[in-house]
Design a protein around this ligand. Structure first.
Ligand SMILES: NC(=O)C1=CN([C@@H]2O[C@H](COP(=O)(O)OP(=O)(O)OC[C@H]3O[C@@H](n4cnc5c(N)ncnc54)[C@H](OP(=O)(O)O)[C@@H]3O)[C@@H](O)[C@H]2O)C=CC1
Ligand SMILES: CC(=O)N[C@@H](CCC(=O)OP(=O)(O)O)C(=O)O
Length: 314
């Protein structure tokens, strides 16, 4: 028996990436709506209700509308937008969040795919909070750079249009109200919002997320090695997330935006100086991979009871 899948927004940046990962999988059958009808509510309603699992790759308002168009009691939903990430009745689609979360996801009907920035942030911070190394009320900062495909068709047109890229490196979110902060705060288990300082780089895809820590000022002044060990333990045996050894990280000395390329991997690094009591935690991912399409396909596999990495680019 094949599982019927519909990607609403399947002709957009994330939707196309997901379609590529699902192509050629005999256990899945893709329901499609022609591109010219992509905004036709009637065609979308039929497809949404015919599917076992739908993946929404739409702006937030259209994602809410899509959920309202589902009038049966069994279609399961993976929403790639921001609309439902901290909403009641939705499970946050980051299987690696904490022990037991993958099982919660497998039994969920409504799943909110994480934002690309929170994916790197939560991977670095959640295990440290769980291990008691990072106090929940610590003033956490997170910064980084994203490829411009993170802004979808509109930002791609902006960077690739006749007038050229707005900048090689463009800090944004400067009013400190970025839409990803609520999910970062809630799922890290922090008492206060992290200070988030994102930037767009003049590259199509790729993402670096960094959390700097003044270890010497933290309760118990944890060592760089203790921070690394907590992350390594959290992801031991994980199929998608890796933690580089301290020696390998030190030997690398830097992490390029393109580190994981166009894959669904999430690579974590701890750089530090024990003497100074300082560390820089770095996550490298593809905003369109584990930051969006790869995560959606991973969640689909978990919901459908299929091998978790089927169709992923590892
Ligand atoms: N790009 C990324 O790296 C990431 C994106 N996301 C999220 O995924 C979602 C999709 O983003 P992305 O693929 O980048 O965006 P795009 O703008 O590239 O694609 C969105 C698609 O949705 C269609 N659409 C827009 N409004 C409606 C509507 N009312 N009804 C039906 N279809 C509609 C668009 O059609 P049209 O061409 O007519 O506008 C387009 O095909 C967003 O919520 C985004 O925030 C999440 C993580 C990372
Ligand atoms: C470069 C860029 O603009 N990136 C987007 C985030 C992309 C993403 O994670 O998508 P969601 O909108 O679904 O959260 C931003 O910061 O708003």
């Amino acid at each position: 028996m094949t599982i019927n899948i519909f990607i609403d927004g399947g002709h957009g940046t994330t939707g196309i990436e997901i379609g590529d990962r699902l192509a050629g999988r005999p256990e899945l059958s893709l329901i499609t709506v022609p591109e010219a009808q992509r905004r036709d509510a009637g065609a979308r309603r039929d497809a949404l209700n015919a599917a076992d699992i739908v993946i929404l790759c739409l702006p937030d308002d259209a994602a809410r509308e899509a959920v309202a168009l589902i009038d049966n009691d069994h279609t399961r939903v993976i929403d790639a937008s921001t609309a439902h990430r901290v909403a009641d009745g939705w499970t946050y689609g980051f299987p690696e969040l904490e022990p037991g979360h993958r099982e919660r996801l497998a039994n969920s009907r409504f799943v909110a795919n994480p934002g690309c920035w929170p994916t790197g942030f939560l991977a670095l911070v959640r295990p440290l909070v769980l291990a008691g190394l990072l106090p929940a009320d610590w003033p956490v900062t997170v910064s980084g750079a994203s490829g411009y495909s993170g802004g979808g068709k509109a930002m791609i047109a902006d960077y690739e249009g006749a007038s050229g890229a707005p900048s090689a490196f463009l800090p944004y979110g400067l009013t400190l109200g970025h839409k990803h902060v609520p999910e970062m705060t809630r799922y890290a288990g922090l008492a206060h919002p992290p200070l988030f300082a994102p930037a767009v780089a003049n590259a199509y895809r790729g993402m670096i997320v960094e959390v700097p820590l003044q270890l010497r000022a933290m309760p118990g002044a944890p060592s760089v090695a203790a921070i690394h060990d907590a992350l390594a333990a959290a992801y031991a045996g994980a199929p998608i997330v890796s933690v580089a050894s301290l020696d390998d990280s030190a030997a690398m000395g830097n992490v390029p935006l393109e580190h994981v390329g166009a894959t669904d991997r999430l690579a974590l690094f701890v750089f530090g100086n024990e003497e100074r009591g300082q560390a820089r935690l770095v996550a490298a991912l593809d905003n369109l991979g584990k930051g969006a399409a790869g995560a959606a396909v991973q969640n689909l596999n978990i919901l459908a009871g299929l091998p978790e990495t089927a169709g992923l680019r590892l």
